[in-house]
Design a protein around this ligand. Structure first.
Ligand code: TYD
Ligand code: MG
Length: 468
């Protein structure tokens, strides 16, 4: 008798093997491999159909009449900016984020904003019971909105419900990991089930022109859990980030087939839900301590928007053989690089010191332009000298110790002037490109210039080894 073949699929990365193992060789995760029946669901082997030939499709040229994608706008400016001007009809978005960050809150508020504008929105909750969703809506003062609600996890039932009434313009599925479909015979939450359910929702969106938002869970290392494959299938991936200790939440587009991917939306979690933050720089700098050493203001960019944040460093003599390096909101390997450049080119030795680096307000920065602000904060903390409180910093540090110009210098400078800063420490090259600066610019050619400036009047002698 022919036995149905099994494959073994890693539930974290989706890698397929033909043998069970305790640890996935592709992603290194333990206990993540599960048996799944072959041929089940999407991605299973296609059945050979005899005697049926394919339909001939028309091939067209690249040029032609293209229409702008029809969109549904929420009028929530921070949300519409991230999606590139509203949700595109017939498109599917995946919204990822840590548990408790506010995904359900954001989506119920977005749904209410849409129903207020006369759109029909269906909210399917697979995680919470109707009462829980109602409680949240009441807390947000949205209980009277006409969002249509269901608590359901079966894809077949959801699709039957959606196709029965008048077609909704927006469908929210909270969350994709709770859905299951009869067409895949593995347990809910497995890669096969999630993939098949997502595929069914994508097909529904394309057929009916409804915009679909799928909520996805995030694993501890920040990836949208289970199938990364879902990220490839959808039209856009949004990430809702933030630090549970802070009230700021950042919505970021990681992938967007219909708009830019570097835009962010900034929200604040309050007792009455998420509220928009129109001027994030002012908020991120709000709680600044002006006289403490180890703090530098970085004039950064997020997409087309300038964003000023404070970078804090603490350098302390370490009792440990291998000193600690702790980083929040920035890249650890980038910090190691800057420490190495400070050591090799400026004689600033931190190999015997613990180094803590923090981006204030729970913000995450990925721009190399923050290098100069990080270096300034580190040197300031080591020297015990506070940096001038009215100065901002930006510039990329190269391995040779040179400071390289970065993009959008005029925008960064303009925003700093607007927020009341009076000087900017920038790469030398920026002086040529910015003709009429709104504030005093001081150019740096190399990192040694920066160290020398901060060291003046301090107990730090750059050529001294602090361990001696
Ligand atoms: P939730 O939207 O349920 O998060 P997710 O769907 O991403 O898991 O948000 C839960 C958190 O938000 C919870 O810790 C409470 C907090 N919260 C507020 O602070 N104010 C509010 O008005 C609401 C609705 C939630
Ligand atoms: Mg939720």
């Amino acid at each position: 008798m022919a036995r149905s073949k099994s494959t073994f699929v890693c539930q974290t990365c989706g890698a397929v093997t033909n043998r069970w193992a305790g640890r996935c060789e592709a992603c290194g995760e333990w206990n993540s491999i599960m048996e799944e029946k072959e041929g089940a669901g999407i991605g299973g082997s296609p059945k050979t159909v005899r005697g049926k030939s394919g339909r001939i499709v028309e091939l067209v040229s690249l040029s032609g009449q293209e229409q702008p994608a029809p969109r549904i706008t929420t009028n929530v400016a921070e949300l519409d900016r991230v999606t590139g001007g509203g949700f595109v009809k017939g498109s599917v978005l995946l919204l990822g984020g840590d548990p408790g960050i506010g995904k359900s809150t954001l989506l119920i508020q977005a749904s209410a904003a849409l129903t207020k504008r006369g759109h029909r929105v269906v909210y399917i909750s697979g995680e919470e019971a109707i009462d829980q969703v109602r409680l949240r809506a009441a807390r947000l003062g949205l209980a009277k909105e006409t969002v249509e609600l269901a608590a359901e996890t079966s894809v077949e039932d959801i699709l039957a419900t959606l196709t029965a009434g008048p077609p909704p313009e927006m469908v929210i599925i909270d969350s994709i990991q709770t859905l299951w479909t009869d067409s895949a015979d593995s347990a809910p939450g497995t890669v096969t089930q999630v993939r098949a359910s997502a595929q069914a929702m994508i097909r529904y969106a394309k057929q009916t022109g409804a915009a679909v938002i799928l909520v996805g869970h995030v694993t501890k290392d920040g990836q949208i859990a289970g199938p990364r494959v879902v990220e490839h299938m959808v039209d856009g991936v949004l990430q809702f980030e933030g630090d549970s200790g802070h009230q700021f939440r950042i919505l970021r587009a990681i992938k967007n087939r219909f708009g830019p991917t570097d835009e962010i939306g900034v929200f604040e979690m309050t007792g009455g839900g998420l509220s928009q933050v129109a001027n994030p720089s002012a908020m991120f700098l709000g709680e600044r301590n002006l006289s403490a050493p180890g703090a530098a203001v970085f004039a950064g960019m997020e997409g087309s928007r300038p964003l000023l944040v404070e970078i804090q460093a603490l350098v302390a003599q370490s009792p440990l053989g291998t000193p600690r390096r702790a980083v929040v909101g920035w890249d650890t390997s980038r910090l190691s690089m800057i420490l190495a450049v400070l050591d090799a080119h400026c004689g600033v030795r931190l190999s015997g010191h613990d180094v803590y680096l923090n981006v204030a307000g729970g913000m995450k920065i990925s721009e190399p332009a923050a290098d100069l602000a990080v270096a300034a904060a580190l040197v300031s903390s080591l020297a015990g000298v506070a940096l001038p409180s009215e100065a901002v910093y930006f510039g990329e540090i190269s391995l040779s110790g040179a400071i390289r110009p970065v993009s959008h210098a005029p925008t960064r400078i303009k925003e700093s002037a607007k927020l009341g800063f009076s000087s900017a420490v920038v790469p030398e090259g920026v002086l040529k490109s910015v003709k009429t600066p709104e504030l005093e610019l001081s150019g740096l050619e190399g990192l040694t210039d920066l160290v020398a400036r901060i060291a003046v009047g301090s107990n730090l002698n750059p050529t001294d080894n602090p361990e001696d």
